[in-house]
Structures are given as C-alpha cells and as structure tokens.
Design a protein around this ligand. Sequence first.
Ligand SMILES: NC(=O)CC[C@H](N)C(=O)O
Length: 381
Amino acid sequence: MEKKLKEHAFLILEDKTIFKGIKIGRKGITVGEIVFNTSMTGYQEILTDPSYNNQIITFTYPHIGNTGINNIDNESNKIQVKSVIINNLALISSHYENNITLSKYLKNNNIIGIMNIDTRKLTKIIRNKGIQFGCILSDSNININTAYKYIKKKKYQLTENIVKKISTQNIYSWKSKNNKNYIMKFNKKKTLFNIIVYDFGVKKNILELLIKYGCKITIIPAETSAEKVISLKPHGIVLSNGPGDPRSCIKIINNIKILLKTKIPIFGICLGHQLLALSNNAKILKMKFGHHGSNHPVQNLKTKKVMITSQNHNFTIDPINLPKNIKVTHKSLFDNTIQGIKIINTNAFGFQGHPEANPGPKDSEKLFKKFIKNIKKNQKK
Ligand SMILES: NC(=O)CC[C@H](N)C(=O)O
C-alpha cells in the first residue's frame, strides 16, 4: 500500500473547465492534447504506445493500476504519454507478473499525473466540444492564470513533425525475446522474409507478430530514403503507427511515393495507413475526438465480416473526392469512417486500426497473414 497520496492538483481545460484532483507522479505543470481511451484493460501498453507521444491520456475505465506494471507488456522502451488522468488509482497492485505499482512507475519516469478526476465527465466534454487542449497543474507555486497562458502558448506546437524526433536514429535488426516459441506457426516452409519496418513510433507487438509470421526485421529511421530501402532488397515494407499529424510528414510521403512504384508489398498501419493515403493524394482530416479504444467494429466491405478492433487515432482519410486509385476495403461501423484501403495497381494496403492489438482483440491479426500472402505472391512473379 502506498501512503502520502494527498497533494492537490488541478486539471484545466482550454474551455476553462477546472477539475480538482490529487497529484500523482511528479509535481509540476504540463500541457497537451487530451485524448480518452475506453479500453477496460491494457493501461501499461497504452502508456508506452508511441502513437500517444506528447498527448495527455485519460481513461474512461475508472479503476486503473490494479495489476501494477510488469516487465513484459511495454510497447516501447519508455512511457510515451505526456501525462495521465485517472479516476480511481488502485492502491494495491495484484498480479503474478507485477513488478512496480503504477504510481511508482509514473514517479520514477517523471510523469505528471492527476487522479480522483471524474474521467467520464471529462470524456463527455471532449465528445461534445471536440479534443481539448489542457493543463495539469500540481505545483502550488504556479497559479491558474499561468496555466491558461501555458495552454495558449503550447497549442501551436500541435502541427510539428514529432515522428522524426521519436523514430530510431539508426538502422538495427529486431531480435525477439520470444521468437523460438512462435516463429513459423504460419509460414510452414520456414522461409524468412526480410522486412523493412519504417519506425514512425512502432509498437513492439507489430514486430513480434512479424516475427511470428516468419519475418526477419530491419528497423529504419522515419526519413530513410526510398533509394536506401530499395538497396536493402526487402521482401516487404511496413509503415508503422506513430504520433501526431500525418500531414506534417512531407519527406516520408515523398519516399512512399517512390516505393509504391517498385511493387514491393507494403503494409501501412494507422499512421502508416494515413501516410499511404497521403502519398496517393488523398486528404486527411482531424476527427472531432478520434477513436481510442479496443471494441471498435470494423467491416470488411467485400466479405461483410465484422472484426472487433483496437483503435487509436485522431486523424482519418477524407472520403470526399477520394483519388480513384484508392479502394476502400474496410469501414468503421461506429461512424462509417474509412478503416482500410488498397492502392490499385500496387502491392500496398493500409489499415487504420491496430491489427497488432495490445491492448485489444486479435480479430484483425489476420491482416499480417494477408501481408505475408502478398509477399509470397510477389516472389512467384
Ligand atoms: N496510432 C497511430 O498510428 C495514430 C496515427 C495518428 N497520429 C493519429 O492520431 O491519427
């Protein structure tokens, strides 16, 4: 059990709503875009998902921290969210893999957080008014007017390209800790495909699933040139998930345009899917409050089958005046937004949700099989 959890903190929204709560993590002030996640499990994976880099996360599920933090489930090597808003922080962590309490984990990683917030009320505000920029203030030496000034000052930074900052700076091979146990389940011929993964903020489970389906992985910096990628002679290319506004990734979009001409199979996931669309001259829109949860129904328009998927995005492909070479393959049954695309006359497809889940259901894992099938087909030609 943890004691001393009683210092006050404030959550201040750009619409001037003020919530009073209790400080968790480090003392200080922080601002960012607040996004809500509706998943009932998986707070550790969410906190470490690089797609949330620079954002403040709030959980609609009221009880967070009850299984602690373990050494296995991180989706990257650090906490990626800027700050955390929780309703009820569990004071006891109980799980056989538990290593450290959530509260200690936040403190050790210098994260500013707030608890005892009615996160469902906060989520309703975001749903009604749209994504809110907000500030967590847990330092009694800073007053609320400073917080408002901070919100105004920092908001402009939303359009900057953060992908380049968080991507790997060097090319490296991914070695799975688990690979012996699950490589080759799908790929019976035991061929290892060489896959290049563009790291826009890649989640670990994307890499683990590629390993599972028989791939050898080389991870490359976000702005690696198309020429360099072609010289590495990959069997397939993955455009990973990642944070921020895809429209800021100009260099990456230009590289994808060149790669599309090569016919190397390409699989775009979330940000990667949006970048695939942009490199084919589609428009991207910012959604009112995005999709962030693990129960989103997505329909395959050809088979009519529905998958329950994990989602985490604020941007979406504009369905109006979609270029003719982009075929929509999947749609959200929540709001009809585009969830899957195929680029005609190429070997490229994209998926808006998170087929690697973590947290979330495994229904859309089959998209990895589809990618491998595309690679095999391409080899036969
Ligand atoms: N998970 C992701 O890759 C997110 C993509 C993009 N940053 C968005 O918010 O829409």
